[in-house]
Design a protein around this ligand. Structure first.
Ligand SMILES: N[C@@H](CCC(=O)N[C@@H](CS)C(=O)NCC(=O)O)C(=O)O
Length: 280
């Protein structure tokens, strides 16, 4: 079903859109944002998917991520979906890191989550066809993926396992080794079940990297040194090591925390990183 336009606002010689659509993958209405730089009719532009972190909607990065300026300068379409299915008939929990706002970009196999929480399939299979139907300038053969925190985990795991879909990868303060941190152990236990730790490993960026043997990747990671979640051991960027044809650059940024002040500071670098690889 074609997405319905919710809003359109001029920004940096382009248009910041919000759309909503009925998703067949997660079985509810989903909202996404897409920033489209002005372009000549008929031209195709590369795209970058940004996956947000815990508690976010499509709106956090749109309002605080400072992506529009660099995306406009380089001619890149910036796509920013929601973080989970939502609605009164969608399961939820009394905590910020599980349920609505916390889809973890995996396909849940356990009740009560398995009905709607298929965020990996949503990003991988449904999002791009829906976006390109309303933004025909999007070149779906030249797409990069990035994200913040939970979204950084999503970007790394989707990017590493689907090089055919995602030509470039980066992440801001990603949850790099979820099978070995409290967030991952608790939330994977809920979505995938406690007895399927083999399944968990398919969604752990550091494990995927250690086994990587696909086409050459050059992955950029930024991490603030004053990030509380880093100090709590939830992120573990030190587990992201170059392996085989995947080269990883982890930049520790002194004094930066986990917030959108950090994300916005390095957004331009990430957009350049993707653009360089997407125009090859
Ligand atoms: N203290 C936060 C924990 C969640 C959090 O820090 N989320 C990050 C991503 S992991 C975020 O981007 N929050 C939204 C924002 O800062 O706009 C809360 O409970 O809202």
């Amino acid at each position: 079903m074609t997405a319905e336009q919710v809003s359109a606002v001029r920004s940096f010689n382009g248009t910041q859109y919000v759309f909503k659509h009925k998703s067949s993958t997660v079985s509810c209405e989903m909202t996404f944002g897409v920033y489209v730089p002005d372009h000549t009719s008929g031209t195709k532009l590369p795209g970058l998917i940004y996956l947000s972190g815990l508690t976010c909607t499509h709106a956090n990065v749109m309002e605080k991520g400072a992506a529009q300026g660099p995306a406009s300068k380089l001619g890149l379409i910036f796509i920013h979906p929601d973080t989970s299915p939502r609605g009164t008939d969608v399961a939820d929990a009394d905590r910020y890191d599980l349920g609505q706002g916390a889809g973890f970009y995996i396909d849940a196999s356990w009740e009560p989550w398995s009905n709607h929480f298929k965020m990996r399939s949503y990003i991988e299979s449904e999002l791009l066809p829906v976006v390109s139907a309303v933004v025909p300038a999007l070149d779906t053969t030249h797409i990069g993926i990035t994200g913040h925190s939970m979204g950084g985990h999503g970007a790394l795991t989707l990017g590493l396992t689907r090089p055919d879909l995602f030509r470039s990868i980066s992440a801001f303060a990603p949850i790099a080794n979820p099978t070995e941190c409290d967030w991952g152990r608790t939330i994977f236990g809920e979505y995938l079940g406690d007895d399927s730790k083999v399944e968990w490993k398919k969604f752990d960026a550091s494990i995927l990297l250690a086994a990587y043997s696909g086409p050459a990747r050059s992955i950029l990671i930024d991490q603030g040194t004053d990030d509380n979640f880093l100090k709590q051991g939830q992120l573990k960027p030190e587990t992201l090591k170059s392996h085989g044809s995947a080269a990883v650059e982890v930049r520790m940024q002194p004094g930066y925390d986990h917030s959108y002040y950090f994300v916005a500071t390095f957004m331009g670098d990430h957009i350049e990183h993707h653009h360089r690889q997407l125009i090859l």
